[in-house]
Write a protein that binds this ligand. Structure first.
Ligand code: DGL
Length: 253
């Protein structure tokens, strides 16, 4: 059986990349809802409805677990998904806890980049109130990065100009940038250039480790000697366009 990966578009590929590294023997179905991206500027209700309809599609393909490889969809729908389905549903969570632990006492602040909806949602507010007692975390919505990524633009003058415009000019006061959107790790190189010396972290590896633990505890891991495969769907349509597949695999490489 397959593991379903879901994102509003291509951002979840940054999570799938980790999964392929840790569990190359599993079979994956990747569903990017490209026709409806971006999600981060929609309402919670809209994102929930889109997420449910994508997940129902994946369920018909018979999945043994679901990774909601999208922080925005996780904030809007993970609780309800877990209530409806009995397979494991793994969501994303911005890596606030490790970032605060690292910077506490170092007199540096933490900057979280995510979509407007993620930053507005209760789930994120809860995370902050649990793990940021000293109020060292700042928030920055960066919705345009999602649009660049969906056009497969991950660097260059347009991206740099946007980042220079939105990032605080006193970036050196930050010890860590937390990438709270799965599209954003695709911009790690340009972010490192614009924010030199600032640590950049995402929750991708932690999410995949958690997926592995859950599958292991439920005895659902595939045999270690089989070679897994990945099938891609774009808003319900099987992706077979070679140039699009080539773009996907470049991200996964
Ligand atoms: N990749 C998504 C996330 O992790 C959402 C991006 C979007 O569609 O706005 O938040």
């Amino acid at each position: 059986m397959c593991i379903g990966f879901f994102d509003s578009g291509i951002g979840g590929l940054s999570v799938l990349k980790e999964a392929l590294r840790l569990m190359p023997n599993e079979n994956y179905i990747y569903y990017g809802d490209t026709d409806n991206a971006p999600y981060g500027i929609k309402t919670k209700e809209e994102v929930k409805a889109l997420t449910f309809s994508a997940v129902e599609f994946l369920v018909r393909l018979n999945i043994k677990a679901l990774v909601v490889a999208c922080n925005t969809a996780t904030s809007a729908a993970v609780r309800d998904l877990r209530q409806k389905y009995d397979f494991p549903v793994i969501g994303m969570e911005p890596a606030i806890k490790p970032a605060v632990e690292k910077n506490n006492g170092a007199e540096k602040r933490v900057l979280t980049l995510a979509t407007p909806l993620t930053l507005k949602e209760e789930k994120f507010r809860d995370l902050i109130s649990r793990f940021d007692p000293g109020h060292i975390v700042d928030m920055l919505p960066a919705p345009k990065l999602v649009e660049f990524a969906e056009r497969f633009i991950f660097s260059g003058p347009e991206v740099e100009a946007y980042l220079r415009e939105i990032l605080p000019s006193d970036i050196e006061k930050y010890g860590t940038l937390v990438l709270g959107c799965t599209h954003f790790p695709l911009f790690k190189e340009v972010l490192a250039k614009i924010a030199p010396g600032v640590d950049i972290i995402d929750g991708n590896e932690g999410t995949v480790r958690h997926l592995h633990e859950v599958l292991k505890s439920e005895n659902k891991l595939e045999s270690p000697d089989q070679k897994g495969k990945v099938t891609f769907y774009k808003s319900g349509v099987l992706v077979d366009d070679p140039s699009l597949l080539e773009n996907y695999w470049k991200i996964l490489a």
